[in-house]
Design a protein around this ligand. Structure first.
Ligand code: ADP
Length: 496
């Protein structure tokens, strides 16, 4: 009997390895940040070898510091930053270019062109996505068009494309396995989420050769074995999901209508919509939540680019706080924002607006406004953006939100969570462990190898830390939200 599964959690700023025991309790974490590259304004890249080295080093460090033998590891689960795009030489394993990160906007003009050609409806009906530079397709095309020889190599079948999961599995298996899973495939803008196949028409439209694409697998099955030379032993890689989907699973949002919101750098709210993909009329994404045991579960997703990052902006760019907890302490010194709103459209606004020309603003300032009001407005902005998502999610799905399970760094903020509950008029439930992304990947892997028998074993593991109940009058709530809408109106469509 083996005692552990390990989750590899490859995030945008750091790589983590997480040791999970049979009780679903995290027994150890190794984490390392790795370099970000900004070669031009609005461009974001990672070196694929930094991604790999930091990830494998954290795996080794975790084993060493926790004194865990590989014989005691039942399986590996992987979860990853989504959409980030890597192309490498199938023979040598050498990347032909840096990883183009999900945040990178270099292909925004091309995506605008696709919209002008009237392709939005077609793309949404096949992939569930809005046409946007955020997804992998236009990033792949950029590499093929801009790296010397890449297109020819791709056409000869000599290149592999992968999102970060695919790249890690390729490296972990010593170049033997080229796969991804439904969740990551569903973020490429090339995958038909109804037919469950790479879409020929979109591939032609984007001029991407089929030969570079990985095989798409389930999220909870053996995808390959680690190479002994690389990892020290052959361990099944048995769980895989993009970070937000892994968090949905880790939060045990297994039933239709269950919702989680992750308050990390950005905020990502996902609603499990069961076996049917719900088409959004209101700027949400339709995506695959997971595929396991031959069944696909779908989700609606709302993406907010600036979540906890707005607190970092107060700290690093304005310098009015020295840490995130200080933001909470200051915000607590005032009863309300005194009419101040901070609209965090620093990178445009995602769902439900998808207005890339929107820009941030702090409005409603009076002579009496001070940094405590701004801190409070920054925290509240995260909650208001979430309410905007919830409103359209309810409309699209026809389901009424019962409660929201929360996780991510900024879910530690009690003042934010209480305001979130107030402004949504819904209970907000924070679990004992907010490491739900890693847990989701570990659970998917453990289920595949019989480490856990069924999800019933896992449901009993999930434990609540605190439930925030709404305590605001209807009148106040709607007044505040009307003020927010007024403020957003000032920030939309600011740049071309
Ligand atoms: P990611 O996985 O996207 O890197 P995390 O889940 O680690 O993000 O969360 C980091 C974010 O959480 C940061 O943007 C930070 O500002 C915010 N954060 C961390 N601790 C707190 C806190 N106590 N109160 C409010 N925000 C916080």
């Amino acid at each position: 009997m083996k005692n552990y599964v390990i989750a590899l959690d490859q995030g945008t700023t750091s790589s983590r390895a997480v040791l999970v025991d049979k009780k679903g309790i995290i027994q150890g974490v190794a984490q390392e940040e790795y370099p970000q590259h900004y070669p031009k304004e609005k461009w974001v890249e990672h070196d694929p070898l930094d991604i790999w080295n930091s990830q494998i080093n954290m795996f080794r460090e975790l084993l060493e510091t926790k004194k865990v033998s590989l014989d005691d590891v039942a399986a590996l689960g992987i979860t990853n930053q989504r959409e980030t795009t890597i192309l490498w030489d199938r023979k040598t394993g050498e990347p032909v270019y840096n990883a183009i990160v999900w945040q990178c906007r270099r292909t925004a003009d091309f995506c605008q062109q696709l919209k002008k050609w009237g392709l939005e409806e077609k793309v949404q009906s096949k992939t569930g996505l809005k046409i946007d530079a955020y997804f992998s397709a236009s990033k792949i095309r950029w590499i093929l068009d801009n790296v010397g020889g890449a297109r020819e190599m791709a056409e000869r079948g000599e290149l592999c494309f992968g999102t970060v999961d695919t790249w890690l599995i390729w490296k972990l298996t010593g170049g033997k396995v080229h796969v991804t899973d439904y969740t990551n495939a569903s973020r490429t803008m090339l995958y038909n989420i109804h037919d469950l196949a790479w879409d020929k028409e979109l591939l032609e439209l984007m001029e991407i050769p089929r030969a570079i694409l990985p095989e798409v697998k389930g999220c909870s099955e053996i995808l390959g074995m680690t190479d002994k030379k690389v990892c020290g032993a052959e361990i099944p890689i048995a769980g895989l999901a993009g970070d937000q989907q892994a968090a949905l699973f880790g939060q045990m949002c297994l039933g239709e209508g269950c919702v989680k919101n992750t308050y990390g750098t950005g905020c990502f709210m996902l609603m499990n919509t069961g076996e049917k993909p719900v088409h959004s009329e209101n700027g949400l994404l339709t995506t695959i939540a997971w595929g396991r045991n031959g069944k696909i579960t779908y989700a609606l997703e709302g993406s907010i680019f600036m979540g906890g990052a707005v607190i970092q902006w107060l700290r690093d760019n304005l310098g009015i706080i020295s840490s995130a907890p200080e933001c909470n302490r200051l915000a607590e010194t005032v009863e309300d924002t005194g009419g101040v709103y901070l609209v965090s459209a620093f990178q445009g606004l995602g769902s439900p607006y998808w207005d890339m020309g929107a820009r941030a603003g702090i409005v409603g300032l009076t002579r009496g406004a001070n940094k405590a009001h701004i801190c409070r407005a920054a925290l509240e902005s995260i909650a208001y953006r979430t309410r905007e998502i919830v409103e359209v999610m309810e409309k699209d799905s026809g389901l009424k939100l019962q409660s929201v399970k929360v996780d991510g760094g900024a879910s530690r903020s009690n003042i934010l969570m209480q305001f979130q509950s107030d402004i949504l008029d819904t209970e907000v439930v924070r679990p004992a462990s907010i490491e739900t992304t890693a847990l989701g990947a570990a659970y998917l892997a453990g289920l595949a190898v019989g480490f856990w028998e069924s999800v019933e074993d896992l449901k009993v593991i999930w434990a609540e830390d605190r439930c925030f109940e709404p305590a605001m009058t209807e009148k106040r709530r709607e007044e505040l939200f009307a003020g927010w809408n007024h403020a957003v109106g000032r920030c939309l469509d600011w740049e071309e």
